[in-house]
Design a protein around this ligand. Structure first.
Ligand SMILES: C[S@@+](CC[C@H](N)C(=O)[O-])C[C@H]1O[C@@H](n2cnc3c(N)ncnc32)[C@H](O)[C@@H]1O
Length: 221
């Protein structure tokens, strides 16, 4: 599905999030260490998250993005041309990472964990490839806790988002899929429990924009 919407993916993200998605992505940079770090971005897609972090954090000495969808990666490759840093994009499965244990200081996944088949396997892999004291950051849609805001948000994702996203991408199913997965996916404490189960410590969940998106952080101690 992501191959079929790759050409409009970034543009639709900007429109549907009212320009907020870049702001959410940039916020992860504030949580990263300032020492030299190696970073792996899972389900990297068109590499927006990886690029935002490399642009903001010159202390990232190794940056790799991995995704199953080749067409998404091709767009990411184009965006990386001319950048003053090297970032590698490779085709691969977040549930079976082709890296040795303890390879990275930081692992990230943005709007991707909701899309993998087995969330537990992807979390296990994010943890496995982390070095001791390394950290994982997971940015994902969630639902606002304030009831009137939640109702307004549900109206937006159920009624408007599939129409706008479907019209621009010419793929209405992809954006109906988006709202269904947002509503079904565990968030807040429920998601932290999944991270806890895979061994992550010092867990935090930071909601952005009334809780429509949450940044989860967990460490390997
Ligand atoms: C909503 S996009 C997010 C892309 C990007 N992280 C971003 O922030 O825009 C979800 C991505 O997850 C990828 N994906 C889904 N399952 C995957 C898996 N098992 N391994 C790697 N990538 C996967 C899809 O190909 C798609 O590019």
């Amino acid at each position: 599905m992501f191959n079929t919407i790759s050409s409009t993916y970034d543009w639709v993200n900007r429109i549907l999030s009212l320009g907020q998605d870049l702001r959410w992505r940039k916020k992860i940079a504030r949580f990263l260490p300032t020492t030299p770090i190696s970073l792996l971005d899972l389900a990297t897609g068109t590499a927006d998250q990886l690029i935002v972090l490399c642009d903001l954090c010159p202390n990232i000495t190794q940056a790799i993005g991995i995704d199953l969808a080749e067409d998404m990666l091709k767009i990411g490759q184009k965006k990386l041309r001319g950048k003053p840093y090297k970032a590698q994009l490779i085709k691969g499965d977040a549930e079976r990472l082709p890296f040795l244990d303890e390879s990275f200081d930081i692992t990230t996944i943005s709007f991707g964990i909701r899309n993998v088949h087995h969330v537990d396997k992807a979390l296990k892999e994010m943890y496995r490839v982390l070095k001791p004291q390394g950290k994982s950051f997971i940015l994902e849609f969630s639902l606002p806790s304030n009831q009137p805001v939640k109702q307004a948000h549900l109206f937006y994702i159920q009624k408007l988002l599939p129409k706008i996203g479907g019209f621009i991408s010419k793929n209405p199913e992809a954006y109906t899929y988006l709202n269904k997965t947002i509503e079904r996916f565990p968030y807040g404490e429920a998601f932290l429990k999944l991270m806890d189960k895979e061994g992550f410590k010092n867990l935090t969940a930071t909601p952005f924009t009334f809780g429509s998106v949450t940044l989860y952080e967990g460490a390997k101690c």
